[in-house]
Design a protein around this ligand. Structure first.
Ligand code: ZN
Length: 138
């Protein structure tokens, strides 16, 4: 059911400062930057071969990323797998003990449907599933 690692997410205090490492240091290019108001974040995607790095910067204090930074500091935040037919997979995943975060699935970055599963149900990793191409038809 998992197609590939779509991206991995890194929580940062500021995208500009983080680009000093990932763009200027490691030589990655910035593919896109956008704000996702529903999540209280600004995100930058940096392609790496078949996958991407997502930098997440909080845009307000109640953002989940702001809370993460306060608790754990900057660092690896989540891993995102690409799936087909996200909505159809969810009941099955829940029946296998994966705990869907409240409010998901919903539209995330790049207008695609996303769902997050709580790290306490996945062995400590926040897992994002994301539908390929939107609408499940692509
Ligand atoms: Zn993500």
């Amino acid at each position: 059911m998992l197609k590939k690692i779509d991206h991995f997410g890194v929580a940062v205090h500021g995208i500009e400062k983080a680009l000093g490492v990932y763009r200027d240091g490691l030589g990655l290019e910035v593919g896109s930057v956008e704000e996702v108001p529903e999540e209280g974040v600004r995100v930058a995607f940096l392609p790496i071969g078949e996958t991407r790095l997502e930098l997440l910067e909080p845009t307000n204090e109640s953002s989940p990323i702001a809370r993460f930074l306060k608790k754990r500091g900057e660092g690896l935040h989540h891993v995102c797998f690409q799936v087909d037919e996200l909505e159809k997979r969810i009941p099955d995943l829940r029946s296998r003990g994966l705990e869907l975060l409240p409010g998901y699935p919903r539209e995330g970055a790049e207008g695609e449907r996303v769902a997050f599963f709580h790290p306490r149900s996945t062995g400590g990793v926040l897992i994002e599933l994301r539908e390929k191409g939107g609408g499940g038809s692509a």
